[in-house]
Design a protein around this ligand. Structure first.
Ligand code: NA7
Length: 898
């Protein structure tokens, strides 16, 4: 397709030397720029797109290297805004080639006559916010400047190629190509000695085709990547049937899915499946040749848990070993330094088999880094390669490069975006930046973008922005700007989401680690497309939460705040509970409530395997009580933790916190004995407290019989169980009973008053409600009994109690009484550690394998128990955050070249 030259729209302005005046200026005419023009035009806004290339296409204009294809199935990687467009275009392949995608974008540009508003061959060289006129002033390298109300970066995430950072590139006398800037003319490689540097998606797509042409191909690999055969061909019949069966539903499901492609949510976790079942699922995914499938459909823990992920990674490495004949080459091609999916996996056609060709050599830069590029070739630490052509497939300054590095953007008060982002990109929703009014980014850092089907994310972003501009026009607003509060909240939410996934455990372009000196951080939004969409909708429905809006003659509007304060998985859990529209538990009566809890618990993921689980009977205060013992798989004897389950003294039993007990047993390496104490209303105060104390004495006396270490025990409990654990410590001290070396109190009930702020702030909406607590108290105690320290331990004597860890959750009615107890213990001279779980609710830390962001909290609790028992602390990869919500620190990327 011949390139189009500068469109006519700027010519008049150019002639009279005036800036071109438009409502909206857009940078880029790729997937995003084209749809923007269409949407803005439909909204009655004047717009111009400024595009450096000679035609539409964006990334698909530049990336013309051999083998370039999309890696999301093309039926999904398409516009969906117009059903007629969908029926007017048929993709010929499952993964279309670059020329076909470019033809598609040209077809769209023609169909909606978009080219008339695009100035091709035009680069923006500077963008300044003019406070006086409240417009962006853009300088360009071709034709008129532009003045616009709104400035929208539709620059893509992978459009600023990264310099090769290898000494001597300029000295090389042969041909040099970059995959991201491939020539339009045919590149002849036949009979030549070709080097490819880089084995990301571009390298992996190009290498097999280059190998077929070149006399000799040498691949210089720094980090091996996981690749999956694309099994290209016509669009698969099963996916086509799904799409064509009900196109509207299919598209809608994509919009609310996690990755922007409709696949069901997996519920089975890896340890529930046998080796054969896992292999069967894996082989099905391997045969499907689909990244979203293999990344989401194997088992539920593959993307969030290092152990669940390691199982996939090993199956993939097995495939590499089975394909590549030379074991040394196979080993070099096998990734070991990152979880599968943490770095963008690739789709390939004959990639691994290419290394069986006699004309292909793999150079492992981890073993022999490139020293320099010379006039005639490439020299490593060990050898010299004579080369005619070098292909750099070295990637991009991703996500921020195209926005920040391409031209200076100066916002309010003369602040430049590069300064504001010097320590990493800061955005609100990935769409806007505080201090840069009326500036929007499509798929910017902080948006699901590259972790999603871009086509779906682009349409969502653009629809949201266009709808906001229309609403502002109707209300008379002319400026919109994110607040610092909202932006800081988004950064926190981004970090919380990143804790949930394994992306933080790899050095990749997602984290900026591929560009020397770039600030480290997970740049795309990892919370998923559907949750992101609902958050954007919430921002709009809550009066543009986190934005300041101004306009002539209208009062300023600023509904400041953070849109998501809950941990992302807590938000999902609470959202699901809300949708279930459950009756208040307290309205069910004790029996009804117990049935409900049993049913509810049946639906949760099972606990993980431990060494042994034994059910038995112990002696309580007034008779036998059941217990369940969890023993670690490691050799004993182990220290013993006496555990009291939650349930408001009314609900639950020795099995009801099963996943939590298993998890804590595994993490701490200790025996957990969960006690089935008596319940109210059948057994009212002080039955539960007395049982707690009696059970602890019995367990301490029978430690050896139970296979535990003789000596002091520890006590732990959640909610009302935390109350029993705290009370047990006071009784043991006063009555000279069991020796207790430490107490772990998770969201404990410590006092009978409801007047602390958390009881009002979190009275409803966070599962444990104020009225449920009211019912629990009424069931267990008369008003006169409530101040007794055996149920309100905060009112007891606190000196000389065992050291403690008190865990509280931000969105829990019990938060403040937990904090009060910790503070009172400290004031009484008891060594106490407080763990405050930000963004969590009452059940967060016990909902194992549901609230994944609770992992680091449980890791810290287990370490506290180990400290109580005098054992060394444990560190597991990916769980070392200092508090729930913290991301792991970056690791150094090895310098393998230059
Ligand atoms: P990627 O995925 O960033 O890959 C770039 C590759 O180049 C990767 O293997 C890098 O190794 C390697 N590289 C980069 N710099 C050097 C130097 N200096 N020396 C040696 N090797 C180097 O970019 P792609 O274009 O392949 O793919 C980008 C995305 O486009 C892709 O994920 C799809 O979404 C589409 P490293 O891993 O950094 O050690």
């Amino acid at each position: 397709m011949p390139d189009v030259t500068v469109a006519g729209s700027a010519s008049e302005a150019t002639r009279n030397g005036q800036p071109q005046q438009v409502d909206v200026a857009v940078v880029g005419a790729g997937f995003a720029g084209l749809y923007l023009l269409h949407r803005l035009r439909k909204a009655g806004l004047t717009a111009v797109a400024l595009e450096e290339a000679g035609d539409v296409g964006g990334t698909w204009y530049w990336n013309r290297y051999p083998g370039a294809r999309c890696d999301i199935q093309t039926i999904d990687y398409s516009y969906t805004f117009d059903p007629e467009l969908e029926s007017a275009w048929k993709w010929s392949e499952k993964y279309a080639t670059q020329p076909e995608i470019l033809r598609y974008l040209g077809f769209v540009a023609d169909r909606y006559e978009l080219r008339r508003d695009i100035r091709f061959g035009t680069k923006v060289t500077a963008a300044n916010w003019d406070e006086a006129t409240e417009r962006w002033q853009l300088a360009t390298d071709n034709g008129a400047a532009v003045a616009c109300r709104y400035y929208i970066m539709a620059t893509g995430c992978l459009s600023a190629p990264k310099p090769p950072e290898i000494d001597g590139v300029k000295d090389f006398k042969g041909e040099v190509y970059f995959t991201g800037r491939w020539p339009h003319e045919e590149v002849k490689l036949a009979g030549k000695r070709v080097a490819v540097i880089g084995t990301g998606s571009s390298g992996i797509q190009a290498i097999p085709l280059i190998a077929e042409q070149a006399a000799q191909l040498t691949v210089f690999q720094r980090t091996p990547n996981f690749a999956l055969p694309a099994h290209n061909g016509p669009p698969p019949a099963d996916r086509m049937a799904l799409l064509e069966g009900d196109r509207a539903t299919y598209r809608e499901q994509a919009r609310w899915s996690l990755a922007g492609v409709p696949w069901p949510q997996q519920t089975a976790v890896s340890w529930q499946l046998s080796d054969a079942e896992r292999r069967e699922r894996f082989e099905r995914a391997w045969a499907a040749g689909d990244l979203v499938h293999i990344l989401t459909q194997l088992w539920a823990d593959q993307g969030v848990d290092v152990d669940g992920n390691a199982l996939v990674a090993e199956l993939l490495r097995e495939k590499i070993r089975a394909t590549v004949m030379d074991p040394e080459t196979a080993a070099a091609l096998s990734p070991h330094d990152h979880p599968f999916g943490a770095k963008r996996p690739c789709l390939d056609t004959n990639y691994y088999a290419t290394y069986n060709r006699p004309n292909v050599t793999l150079v492992n830069l981890r073993q022999e880094p490139i020293k320099e590029i010379t006039a005639s070739g490439i020299t490593t630490d060990k050898r010299t390669f004579d080369i005619d052509v070098i292909v750099f497939a070295t990637g991009f300054d991703a996500m921020t490069g195209a926005i920040m590095a391409v031209h200076p953007i100066t916002g309010r008060g003369g602040r430049s975006l590069s300064d504001v982002w010097a320590n990493g990109p800061q955005t609100y929703l990935g769409l806007t930046v505080a201090g840069f009014p009326n500036l929007f980014m499509i798929t910017g850092p902080g948006s699901p973008s590259v972790l999603s089907n871009m086509a779906v994310s682009i349409e969502q972003h653009i629809d949201w922005v266009a709808d906001r501009l229309i609403a502002m026009r109707e209300a008379g607003f002319t400026t919109v700007e994110a607040t610092e509060t909202a932006q800081a909240g988004w950064a926190r939410h981004m970090a919380d989401c990143a804790t949930l996934t394994l992306h933080r455990l790899a050095n990749t372009w997602y984290t900026g680690a591929n560009v020397p000196g770039k600030a480290w951080g997970v740049m795309p939004y990892t919370g998923g497309v559907g949750p992101y969409r609902s958050i954007c909708n919430e921002v709009a429905s809550r009066g543009m939460l986190g934005f300041r809006l101004t306009g002539p003659g209208v009062a300023e509007q600023c509904n400041d705040g953070e849109v998501v304060r809950l941990q992302p998985d807590v938000r999902l859990v609470l959202g699901m509970l809300e949708q279930m529209n459950l009756p208040p538990i307290e309205s069910l009566g004790a029996e009804g409530a117990r049935d409900f809890v049993n049913q509810f618990n049946k639906a949760r993921p099972p606990g993980r395997p431990v060494g042994e689980v034994i059910d038995g009977t112990l002696q309580g205060a007034e008779g036998p009580l059941p217990y369940r013992l969890y023993r670690p798989a490691t050799p004993g004897p182990h220290p013993i933790v006496v555990y009291f389950h939650g349930g408001g003294w009314v609900l639950g039993d020795e099995q009801s916190d099963d996943p939590f007990c298993r998890d804590m047993c595994r993490r701490s390496g200790m025996i957990f004995v969960s006690v089935g104490y008596r319940h109210a209303p059948e057994h009212r105060f002080p039955a539960a407290a007395e049982d707690g104390y009696a059970a602890t004495c019995w367990i301490a006396e029978h430690a050896a019989e139970l296979g535990g270490k003789a000596g002091p025990v520890m006590v732990a409990g959640w909610s009302a169980g935390g109350n029993i654990a705290a009370v047990t410590c006071q009784l043991a001290r006063d009555r000279g009973g069991a020796q207790i070396s430490g107490q772990l109190l998770v969201c404990p009930v410590t006092d009978c008053t409801f007047d602390r702020p958390s009881y009002n702030e979190n009275a409803t909406g966070y599962f444990l409600t104020r009225s449920l607590m009211d019912w629990f108290w009424d069931s267990y105690c008369s008003p006169a009994e409530r101040t007794d320290p055996r149920v309100s331990p905060l009112r007891g004597k606190l000196e000389n109690l065992p050291q403690a860890v008190v865990v509280t959750c931000e969105f829990d009615p019990l938060r403040d009484e937990g904090v009060a107890y910790a503070e009172a213990l400290a004031a009484a001279g008891v060594p106490v550690e407080q763990l405050k779980a930000r963004g969590h609710f009452h059940s967060s830390l016990t909902m194992v394998d549901v609230v994944i962001t609770g992992v680091s909290g449980r890791a810290q609790m287990a370490n506290a128990l180990r400290r109580f028992a005098g054992l060394p602390l444990e560190r597991r990869q990916g769980e070392e955050g200092a508090a729930p919500g913290l991301t792991a620190p970056p690791r150094e990327i090895d310098a393998a070249a230059g």
